[in-house]
Design a protein around this ligand. Structure first.
Ligand SMILES: C[S@@+](CC[C@H](N)C(=O)[O-])C[C@H]1O[C@@H](n2cnc3c(N)ncnc32)[C@H](O)[C@@H]1O
Length: 335
């Protein structure tokens, strides 16, 4: 165990210097690890190591989501733009929430550039590393394209959407919505709608419900990259909040219930142990086999999505799927 401070029982760890702490991260970790059952927010996966690991996940043979959505955007961008009701002469803003490295979006941008569409591309991401990689990828694929990246939490950036009257197309790809429970997803789509004007659109990437034998390996790959991605959350708490998680004493334990259609990722304590976290001045006890819930990934069908959208002001008006029907990009319109 990498001990930052000596421990005995539940004694209070030595505090850290306040000016070195990401307060919001510390607060959320404290709330999550003192709750029952324990949980950590998936948004903290994406520090620079986590973003690099996620880029590796997208390349894994088991992670079918990337190939499926890439295929949709490569092959169906002209039809998607038609359904979005955007034509060459229509100036619009293309705002992408949780843009990541932009590899899939570039396929849509290539179509827009070739067709001389008049638009501003505004990718938003909480991770600077992801935005740096996205800029690099866009420079390589489309050297003349200027973009306006914004770093920040998309929950907090939704209000900025109503700053201009230009028609908007919001991209929310990669089944990012699936990381929210249905009631939160409903609230998120509603806040998005509240900040859009009638006729604005959302292109929403969603992973579709399917057999566990296809879904589960995407969250538990044979090379252990998804394991490292999940465990990096504990490593990040060690690095940034002065904790002493023993990474060998926790395992990556994803589950998928086919009926419910939700993958759940956990970190499971393999023994009775205590972990001290200096930034919050607490020692957290773990029982053998106690789990920390770190992420959900919801799988969708038309009925589930329509239920989530009911009463939000957004209506499904189109659907594009890959050839295996693994993934769908839905088009939604603000009424
Ligand atoms: C699952 S990746 C998907 C990336 C990309 N949309 C794609 O489909 O490949 C999630 C991305 O969203 C970003 N992200 C996660 N939570 C966020 C939040 N609350 N605000 C802004 N970005 C966030 C992460 O940094 C990461 O780049």
């Amino acid at each position: 165990m990498s001990s930052a401070s000596p421990k005995s029982g539940l004694e209070t760890p030595e505090p850290m210097q306040a000016d070195h702490i990401n307060e919001e991260f510390a607060w959320e970790v404290e709330a999550g690890l003192t709750a029952s059952p324990k949980r950590l927010s998936s948004k903290y996966f994406y520090d620079s190591k986590g973003s690099a690991l996620f880029a590796q996940i997208m390349d894994l043979p088991e992670y079918y989501l990337t190939d499926a959505e890439l295929e949709i955007l490569k092959e169906q961008s002209p039809a998607i733009m038609d359904r979005l009701g955007i034509y060459r002469e229509t100036p619009f803003e293309l705002v992408e929430l949780g843009a990541g490295d932009g590899v899939k979006t570039i396929e849509l941008l290539k179509h827009l550039e070739a067709g001389d569409y008049r638009y501003r591309y505004v990718p938003i991401d909480i991770s600077q590393q992801a935005l740096n990689q996205l800029e690099k990828n866009i420079r390589a694929a489309l050297p003349n394209k200027q973009i306006q990246p914004k770093k920040g939490d998309y929950f907090k950036k939704l209000g900025e959407l109503s700053d201009s009257d230009t028609p908007k197309v919001v991209l929310f790809l990669g089944s990012n919505l699936g990381n929210m429970k249905d009631d939160r997803a409903h609230g998120f789509i509603k806040s998005l709608a509240d900040n859009l004007a009638p006729g604005d659109k959302l292109l929403l990437g969603t992973d579709l419900m399917k057999d566990a034998s296809i879904v589960l390996p995407a969250y538990n790959d044979s090379q252990g990259v998804t394991r490292d991605f999940n465990l990096n959350l504990l490593e990040r708490i060690n690095r940034e909040l002065g904790a002493d998680f023993d990474l060998d004493a926790f395992t990556h334990a994803p589950e998928y219930d086919e009926k419910e259609g939700i993958t759940k990722s956990y970190l499971r304590s393999e023994k009775d142990q205590e972990v001290s976290i200096r930034a919050i001045g607490k020692t957290i006890p773990f029982q053998r086999h106690e789990k920390i819930h770190t992420e959900i990934s919801r799988k969708y069908n038309d009925a589930i999505l329509e239920d989530i959208c009911r009463g939000t002001g957004m209506k499904v008006i189109g659907k594009f799927t890959d050839h295996r029907d693994y993934f769908a990009d839905y088009v939604l319109e603000k009424a």
